[in-house]
Ligand binder design. Sequence first.
Ligand SMILES: C[S@@+](CC[C@H](N)C(=O)[O-])C[C@H]1O[C@@H](n2cnc3c(N)ncnc32)[C@H](O)[C@@H]1O
Length: 495
Amino acid sequence: MIAVLSAIKCHDVTQIRFWVMDEPKGIYWEKIKPLVEVCTFQEPDLRALKNQTAQFKATHLKDYMEWNILAIHGGLFLDLDTISVKDSTHWSTNNKDLFVSLDVEDAVSNPFPYNNAVVMAKAESWIVKKIRYYSRSLMNQSEITWGLTGPILLSIMTEMSSGSATSPDHSVFCPFGGNEISQIYEENPKLELPPDTEIIHLYAKSSEMFEKVDATFVRNSESLLARTIRAILPISDWNVSEWDEQKYLLSRGQHYAGLFRAIRSHKPKIILEIGTSAGDTAVGMIRTAAKLVPDAEIVYWGVDLFENGSEEVWSEEFTGGYKPPKLGVVYDKIKRETWVKVKLIASNSNHLTAKDFHDMGTPNLIYIDGGHSLATIRHDWLLAEELAGPSTVIVFDDYFEEMPFIGCKQIVDAINPILYQVTISSELDDYAHSFGRLRTKLVTVTKNMVGLRGDIGPTGRINSPAATEHSDPAETTYHSWAKDIMNKVRSNDEK
Ligand SMILES: C[S@@+](CC[C@H](N)C(=O)[O-])C[C@H]1O[C@@H](n2cnc3c(N)ncnc32)[C@H](O)[C@@H]1O
């Protein structure tokens, strides 16, 4: 994507052809597809490629196609591991037929110094037709050595071209060779490109970092590569990232699917999460929402104990020994992986009131996933009710249908169905615990469009004993292990 966008930006482009056997898929392709003419080709039957590895085939088939394309169309041919920095089309006014990139500073002592990652040619030129002819013959041999149809053939032909082929300096098309390219990914704010550089070849196979370049890297890195991309392209060009919901659900559990459904249906611009923890779900929620409301400035507020927690509180909240990172670490992570306004509060949510959220605006989505004690979830629900607008969706994690004395079940079951639409997710996850399984579901709650009724309390819960008193199912229907857990969490519940 960066190769194509930077080529369009930097060169005096009249037409850009993108040659593929099969059309790619994905977010990067979607971004460039409308800008290019897609040219597809069938894999030719070439003897030298039989029984070879995928990498060998791809590399040499690319060479073969390159010489065919250049012999017919001419133009500037760029591999996809290049980045354009300045216009190169001015070379076409020169009387040479072929311009190639020089891999090394010293062209004399290196037997094959030229590289075909960046090649500019006049259409129908004799020299490129000759290279095409030799490349076809070589590809019909039963075996060829690596690079024979690329740098080796090109270097031999350039030397034998009687001056019709040439190369600008190493610094113009390839300022770093295959052995030096790793520098460009390093966190070195002092490393600069030579002033005459027009195109950088990244030698994709030389550095494992090549595959790791994404929007997060470009946004945060001080490497020469990231600085160059930021300097050439506007943020909207490279700020393309994919939140992999399926990967998240596989690692965290299928019951979270309801949270992302709620985001898709409500398209939240202001998100409040109680229990931000390490910020993983925060990043997922923001990225999912950002795709739906691309021009809106998303605001995320998160509450957690962070560094203000204590062993006692975590134990009361039944967090299973888990402690979140410090607020600053989570803040940096969310900022690094998203580009939204973030506010984090390090506090026990029980100590917060609606006033503490005055500057947030009305949240479109509130995700309650903090403490597990009934007292805390009851408090978090009452707070959410107060903060919610008419179309806010409130999502609860931790609906433990087999253990209602922790989690949100008692609070959710007492929500007035006349005032609220309560949906318990069909997806469930069984998490292994020392006492057996913790069967978990997700709940989404939205306001019904009805007026207040006499038998309904100000919080939307029916004023009936069943709803206002805490029933103790563990005492009647559950085993001794359940009572143990209940006793541990109940101390907080009574506060
Ligand atoms: C299950 S984790 C949250 C996971 C997070 N929402 C996610 O999906 O990645 C629960 C978090 O709630 C926090 N927590 C527990 N009790 C709390 C309380 N009373 N007030 C604020 N945060 C609390 C814990 O520190 C923990 O980080």
